[in-house]
Write a protein of this length. Structure first.
Length: 806
RNA sequence: GCGGGUAUGGCGGAAUUGGCAGACGCACAAGAUUUAGGAUCUUGCGCCGCAAGGUGUGCAGGUUCGAGUCCUGUUACCCGCACCA
């Protein structure tokens, strides 16, 4: 009798072997097919790993361990996305420097991940806070700046009136500061912006040909929000022209008023002519307290608000009538031109607004009942009350009016995107310094590339300043420098980059992590890129994914990378919820720590459990009681070594189960259906037990197929059984299709779709013979008695259905 | 509000994509073994019913010989919404 299964000795033993022998380190090898598998690198938080992290790491580890055994050259790296707000806040609260917090957190994360036996190539670890890394993050920013894709703009930020700092949206709870509870207002601040909108069209179009799961692709398309319409120029009594964007230029005759966002620059310009300046200012102040999110929220019981501008009116270019202008917070400064033409008859929000303020509602598309509600159907409507457009369909009218506007010089066709430019400045310490210098005579100047990295100075007072600037602004010795252009006095930009920056290109650095001369060597990039398979959370679908695709496309345009897309395939894992079915969080107290699971059950059990828990793409609640089942499975695999017979080969009665399992596991793993693959392994184990134990060769197949899921125990058993070498280096088993099928099969017999019996027959039985057998069956005869067969359905090898009457 | 999802036993989940619903596991029950069990093994296990049988995939309709799967409508819940990452 062998000793009990003891993961506490087995697991560290093999983890040590892997690290010392560098089992999973790779080099470029043109002779082998490369496979670049990527999982999102974590933000190393002070809480350490929680059981949600290992789910994607393990799932991809299963794939790559299998691919290696199939002879592929696998790159599977890991690193740290370590700049960011939580670390800074933790540092402020606990008076420990963020650099130290970060180092400690990374060390903890690394050892926790290694304890899970994930086969990462630890020689390629990257860290976004390492100056040798962020040198290149800054370099990319400079290239963007040189190509005109980085610019400064006044943007509104969340300003805490109590703490006097800029807050992240997350730190604002119900309009108040999360920490001090003070009022949060919107405040204008000059910010660095990146022109991701310039790439909006390509970010949609190039999705074609990529293997992204559908919900990811759809989300990105919707987030970018391409729409086709027109820009129309309205005149005003103030003399200025107002340009609006609309997807419904056909309805311009029905535009009975205009609405601008409360932040619209004309309001300042028109101050002298506005007769109700106080009311306008009061409304602007009110709007400043709301986020865009709150402002666009449209619920039936929520009344529209707004103020009519007195003293200035607009002129509808189609009707040439004067129409009033309102300001209202349902119009956002950040979308379109920050002003709209309102067509209450054919837009729901305009309709609600018009009803509230008693504005005229004109029907210009017939087909609905505008007495009751806005008519928004573009398919069936016919133009009315629209001069030369009358009688046209909506589509025809769109074209006709656009041509007319162009001829009159009052508009043009325009494609618009919901996507906004990327706000790239953070008034924080723990981020990459933006490598720009302000010179009073030369304006903003990029620092010279040979000055990179521009290191983040080590300071002790990393709390934001009272003016809302980054804490770096307090350090004159760092801020004061010379202008790179004229050599005169200059001041450094004190804002830092957002955490998204470092994560927008990290997959490139893994290809050549120590390169001091370039982002990565071109040949190495050519070998490894693009990433063949990228798995990550749904929460990164629109931000991180689009930011990194944008940067990659830019680097492609300037010749740094050779592929226009970074990721060929994207899959997404579901979250692991707490035992109570709620999101794991410290405040709910439902966080499960993987260390505890490993120490009680072992890493292999943890891995098998997380892969067995359910559909990888769906959220799944943690269940401590269920883990036992996974451990019991491994215990039984371990115990089976004692009943292995000396017989060779696969016995005939086990051929079908063995070959079917090889096939199922091989296919399921590629589709991340690890749960059903494990179920198949459990079934094979049950078959072996039922057969009184496996032969040495049968057992070998089980151990081999188990290896990607439970690498430690399988490596140990492989060694004990003397199969030779390590499983990790053994060739993945193959199945013989002919051996997966049985010669006799069971066919279900239904009457009116209800199963009423079975017949057992040869696998290749024909229709007539099968029907005859079914009719001969006693139970079926009873069902068919006194009935008339109307139809006989035959699904070869599977099913017979008699449709009967009477 | 906008966008993306989900719904199957007491629980986690399977179902070759229109063909025997509940694989595999957890929990539970009975039995065996054991000084003992939070160990191991055997058997049972959707619901109603002694049974025959009936019924059953959020809810209401529909298509079909046949629907968890397709269509129409509906409800509930989850995720994201641009400075958390």
């Amino acid at each position: 009798m062998t000793e009990r299964y003891d993961p506490k000795t087995i697991e560290p033993k093999w983890q040590k072997v892997w690290l010392e022998e560098k089992t999973f380190s790779v080099r470029e090898d043109p002779a082998k097919k490369k496979f670049y598998a990527l999982v999102e690198f974590p933000y190393p938080s002070a809480q350490g790993l929680h059981v949600g992290h290992p789910r994607p790491y393990t799932a991809m580890d299963v794939v790559v361990r299998k691919r290696r055994m199939q002879g592929e050259n696998v790159l599977y790296p890991m690193g740290w996305d370590a700049f960011g707000l939580p670390t800074e806040n933790f540092a402020i609260k606990n008076h420990i420097h963020p650099a130290i917090v970060t180092k400690n957190n990374i060390d903890r994360f690394r050892s926790q991940i290694q304890a899970l036996g994930i086969s990462f190539d630890w020689d390629r670890e990257v860290n976004t806070t390492d100056p040798a890394y962020y040198k290149w993050t800054q370099w990319i920013f400079l290239q963007l700046y040189k190509k005109g894709l980085a610019y400064k703009k006044e943007m509104s930020v969340n300003w805490c009136t109590g703490c006097k700092v800029v807050l992240a949206n997350e730190e604002v709870v119900n309009g108040a500061c999360e920490r001090c509870g003070s009022d949060v207002v919107r405040k204008e601040k000059s910010q660095w912006m990146l022109k991701i909108t310039e790439y909006a069209g390509r970010l949609i179009d190039d999705l074609e040909g990529l293997d992204y799961i559908e919900r990811v692709a759809t989300s990105q398309v919707n987030w970018i929000g391409r729409s086709h319409g027109a820009e129309i120029t309205f005149g005003t009594t103030a003399g200025d022209e107002m340009v609006v964007y609309t997807t419904r230029p056909d309805t311009v005759f029905g535009a009975t008023y205009m609405v601008m966002s409360p932040e619209h620059p004309y309001l300042k310009k028109w101050a002298g002519q506005l007769k109700n300046l106080d009311a306008v200012a009061a409304y602007q102040d009110e709007a400043a307290h709301k986020s865009d999110f709150e402002r666009t929220e449209l619920s039936k019981d929520k009344e529209k608000t707004g103020v009519r501008l007195e003293g200035v009116a607009a002129i509808n270019p189609a009707t040439e009538q004067e129409i009033p202008i309102y300001i209202s917070d349902y119009v956002l400064a950040s979308y379109g031109t920050g002003a709209i033409m309102a067509v209450p008859g054919h837009d729901e929000r305009d309709y609600a607004f018009a009803k509230k303020f008693g504005l005229p509602i004109v029907e210009v598309v017939a087909g609905g009942d505008i007495e009751k509600e806005a008519f928004t159907d573009c398919e069936t409507g016919v133009m009315v009350n629209s001069g030369f457009l009358d009688g046209l369909s909506v589509d025809e009218a769109k074209k006709e009016i656009t041509d007319w506007l162009v001829r009159k010089g009052k508009g043009e066709a325009k494609t618009n995107y919901k996507l906004r430019d990327w706000v790239f400045s953070r008034q924080r310490y723990w981020g990459e310094p933006i490598p720009m210098v302000w010179c009073d005579s030369c304006g903003w100047q990029p620092i010279s590339e040979d000055q990179l990295p521009l290191e983040l100075p080590y300071i002790e007072d990393f709390e934001p300043t009272a003016e809302g600037d980054s804490p770096l602004a307090r350090h004159d010795e760092w801020v004061n420098t010379t202008c790179p252009k004229c050599g005169g006095p200059g001041k450094r930009e004190t804002d830092t980059m957002p955490q998204w920056a470092g994560s927008s290109w990290y997959f490139l650095r893994y290809c050549d992590p120590d390169n001091a001369k370039a982002i990565a060597d071109l040949e190495k990039l050519a070998y490894w890129m693009p990433v063949d398979w990228y798995n990550g959370g749904m929460e990164h679908t629109t931000l991180h994914m689009l930011y990194s695709r944008f940067w990659h496309k830019f680097l492609f345009d300037i010749g740094v990378v050779k592929t226009k897309e970074p990721y060929m395939k994207r899959t997404s894992h579901g979250m692991i919820l707490g035992e109570d079915g709620q999101k794991m969080s410290k405040s709910r107290g439902n966080v499960v720590n993987p260390d505890d699971v490993i120490s009680e059950f072992g890493a292999d059990t943890m891995r098998v459990y997380e892969m067995f828990i359910g559909d990888f793409e769906k959220t799944a609640p943690w269940n401590t009681a269920s883990i036992k089942g996974s451990r019991r499975f491994l215990d039984r695999v371990w115990a089976l070594q004692d009943s292995v017979s000396s017989e060779k080969g696969v016995r005939p009665q086990l051929e079908a189960p063995v070959h079917r399992t090889i096939k199922k596991v091989t296919n399921d793993v590629e589709h991340l259906k690890h749960n059903t693959a494990i179920a198949a392994l459990m079934s094979l184990l049950n078959d072996f037990v039922a057969a009184g134990g496996p032969t040495k060769d049968e057992y070998k197949v089980l151990i081999h197929l188990l290896n990607p899921f439970a690498p430690h125990i399988s490596e140990e058993l492989w060694q004990r059984m003397g199969y030779g070498g390590q499983v990790a280096a053994a060739k993945w088993p193959e199945w013989d299709e002919a051996k997966t099928v049985e010669d006799t099969i069971e066919i279900v017999v239904q009457v009116n779709g209800k199963p009423r019996g079975h017949i057992t027959a040869a696998a290749d039985i024909g229709k007539e013979e099968a029907l005859a057998m079914a009719k001969a069956d006693e139970g079926i005869q009873k069902q068919l008695a006194d009935k008339q067969i109307v139809k006989e359905i035959w699904v070869p090898g599977k099913l017979i259905n008699f449709a009967v009457k009477g």
